[in-house]
Structure formats: structure tokens, C-alpha cells
Design a protein around this ligand. Structure first.
Ligand code: SP5
Ligand code: ZN
Length: 346
């Protein structure tokens, strides 16, 4: 399968995140991209550099002021103090509920909080270029679909599905799946479906399309009552206005068996087939793997081949974008199992 990959993806290399008050190494590490790259090459897949500029599509997905903040964030951080080059910015204040989010403060940390849903999405020198290359890959993939390619894989990091119109979160900065869906619509697809199989609910993608009937969002994920992102992803979120009925959440209890997960996948696939979409975008999180260090589902390596086969049987032009998956050494095998399972079904 044609795959987009950029060296930029390795340059997003924040130092740490926080767990129970302690600094721990980032789960979302540069090594993830290398393992996926190595496995793709080893198994004979073609890697290409993204060749499209996503700026126009990004402006339809994210707000102008969020994009401006993200692009300039590292330079703004350095401008505060040259010594900041070796430090990681960290938000300390957030505009919850009764506070104002419409006025952008001048203070850097206040802006960081304004544009963050959590304190676990560290920005570093390479963040913008890595995220932008991911969005460029998403648009490049849709161009290949438009030219007749059946399926394309974006082997990108950082992930994207937690990022909303004006916020980062959950290791995500630019919403690559939403960028792909939006680009497909612009290229003439009348209906698009986004299937999110990451362990965590794709709150960013859901929120971006929640009031739209043209982009169906379907997600299976750990129940947000106990699992990140906690504040979205419940079964009663079915869409709003014109989008009513075009959002399907299938939350599963933490610790669910693979058989339970595949039953939910069948429900998701049935809904997608019924939508009659012209194209499918898959938010391919692999943190459903039994060996994942931050998640509780139980899929094994060969289950990822089954996942690919099930998606291949939908028979739809498909863009895969890499999301989570933190058992880095197994990430490449699991990802390539999905895309080869997909190819075998087609
Ligand atoms: C794209 C994606 O998968 N984002 C996930 C973001 C999760 N952020 C919260 C991580 C909490 C880590 N908890 C560690 C539990 C170890 N037992
Ligand atoms: Zn995840």
C-alpha cells in the first residue's frame, strides 16, 4: 500500500509528560515512527514524502488563531527566555466554563492553556513541522484516492484525533483524520465516513463534524467514564441539528475482550455501509493492543490482520491515518498487519 512518511515525524521529541505528579518519558515517542517505517520497508511497502500543502484544508478544520498560536508557539516560548530551549512549556491555567475563551491573552502560558484540553500534550521545537507534515500526508492521500488509488496509509505522528477546532490534547495537535475527511469532501465526495478504532474516543473529530450529515463519525473506544478523554464519547452523543444521527459512539468497558471489540466493529461497519459513503477515513489507533502500556483492551497481532480484512470487505476507497499505540516495538508489525489484511480482503 502506498504510504506517506516524513522525517519530520521523528523531530517532534518532547522530553516528558506527567503521571501521578511525576515526570515520565513521553508514551508518544519518536521511536514509534521509526518502528512503523522499518516494518513498512521490511515488508515491501512504498514510502513517499507528502507532496500536498494542507494549509487551505487546515483553515477549514482549525481556527486561524489556534493555527497561528501552534505555528509560532516554540518561537514565542524561546522569546520569553533563551534558556527555554532546554525546557518544555507546560500549561498552568485553563479557561473552564465561566471563564472567557474569546479573548486571547498576551501571556504565553495563558495562551497555551487556552488552546489545550490537557497538560499531557507537550510542544517542542519540532512539533509544528511534524504535525504539519501529518496534515500534508492526509491531503496527499486524498489526492491519490481522487486519482483512483484504492487505499493509502499515512504513517504519521504526532496523532490527531483528540485535537479540535481550537485546541490540542491527548498528544494531538492537528486533526489529520478531519483534514482527510474535509479534503475528500472538497474533492467531490458527497458523503464521507470516519471510523475511529483508537482505544481513546476521538473527541476532536467528533466535535468537528457533530452538526454535519455529510461526514459520519463512528468510534469504538474505552468507556469515557473511566478512560481518557473522559469528557466526550458517550453512547448518547448522536449528533446535533443537521448532524443528528450521524455520530455513533460504541464505548466498551475497560478490560473488554477482543471478541467484544470485534462485535462492536461489526456494528460500526454496518452503520458505515448503511451511510453509503464515497470514501472512508480510518483513525488507526493501535493502542487496543494487549501489550499497550496505557490502555486495557486485548487485541493480539493477528487481530490487527482481522481488523484490516473487516475494513477491506467494506470495499470503500480508504485513507488510514495513524493515531495512538504505545507499545512502540510492536507498533510497526500491528500497523502493517492492518494494511496487509485490508489488501488481502480487497
Ligand atoms: C492519540 C492517543 O492515543 N492519545 C492518548 C492520550 C492519553 N493521555 C493520557 C495518558 C494517561 C496515561 N496513564 C498511564 C496509565 C499507566 N498505567
Ligand atoms: Zn489512543
Amino acid at each position: 500500500m502506498i504510504t506517506f512518511f516524513s522525517e519530520q515525524h521523528v523531530q517532534h521529541a518532547p522530553q516528558h509528560e506527567f503521571f501521578r505528579g511525576e515526570r515520565v518519558p513521553c508514551f508518544e515517542s519518536p521511536a514509534r515512527a521509526r518502528y512503523v517505517q522499518q516494518q513498512l520497508v521490511a515488508r515491501g511497502h512504498v514510502l513517499r514524502e507528502p507532496d500536498a500543502d494542507s494549509l487551505m484544508v487546515l483553515a477549514q478544520v482549525h481556527t486561524a488563531r489556534y493555527l497561528a498560536f501552534l505555528e509560532g508557539a516554540w518561537a514565542d516560548w524561546l522569546a520569553l527566555e533563551p534558556g527555554n530551549a532546554d525546557r518544555q512549556p507546560f500549561p498552568s491555567v485553563w479557561p473552564v466554563r465561566s471563564l472567557r475563551a474569546d479573548v486571547e491573552p498576551a501571556n504565553f502560558t495563558a495562551r497555551l492553556g487556552l488552546y489545550s484540553m490537557d497538560n499531557g500534550s507537550p510542544v517542542c521545537a519540532g512539533t509544528w513541522a511534524a504535525a504539519k507534515a501529518g496534515a500534508d500526508a492526509a491531503v496527499s492521500a486524498t489526492r491519490l484516492l481522487h486519482a483512483g488509488e484504492h487505499a493509502v496509509f499515512c504513517a504519521t505522528r504526532p496523532p490527531g484525533h483528540h485535537a479540535g477546532a481550537d485546541f490540542m490534547g491527548g498528544y494531538c495537535f492537528l486533526n489529520n483524520a478531519a483534514v482527510a475527511a474535509q479534503a475528500l469532501r472538497a474533492q467531490g465526495c458527497r458523503r464521507v465516513a470516519v471510523l475511529d478504532v483508537d482505544y481513546h474516543h476521538g473527541n476532536g473529530t467528533q466535535s468537528l463534524f457533530y452538526e454535519r450529515a455529510d461526514v459520519l463519525f463512528v468510534s469504538l473506544h474505552g468507556d469515557p467514564r473511566t478512560e481518557y478523554p473522559f469528557y466526550l464519547g458517550h453512547a448518547d452523543e448522536t449528533g446535533r441539528g443537521a448532524g443528528e444521527g450521524f455520530n455513533l459512539n460504541l464505548p466498551l468497558p475497560a478490560g473488554s475482550a477482543a471478541s467484544t471489540w470485534f462485535e462492536a466493529l461489526d456494528v460500526a461497519c454496518a452503520r458505515i455501509a448503511w451511510h453509503g459513503a464515497d470514501a472512508l477515513v480510518v483513525s488507526l489507533g493501535l493502542d487496543t493492543f494487549a501489550g499497550d502500556p496505557i490502555s486495557t483492551f486485548a487485541l493480539q497481532a493477528d487481530d490487527f490482520s482481522r481488523l484490516g480484512e473487516r475494513l477491506g470487505r467494506l470495499g470503500m476507497p480508504t485513507v488510514f491515518v495513524l493515531e495512538g499505540g504505545y507499545a512502540a516495538a510492536e507498533l510497526g508489525e500491528n500497523a502493517v498487519n492492518v494494511i496487509e489484511g485490508f489488501e488481502q480482503a480487497g
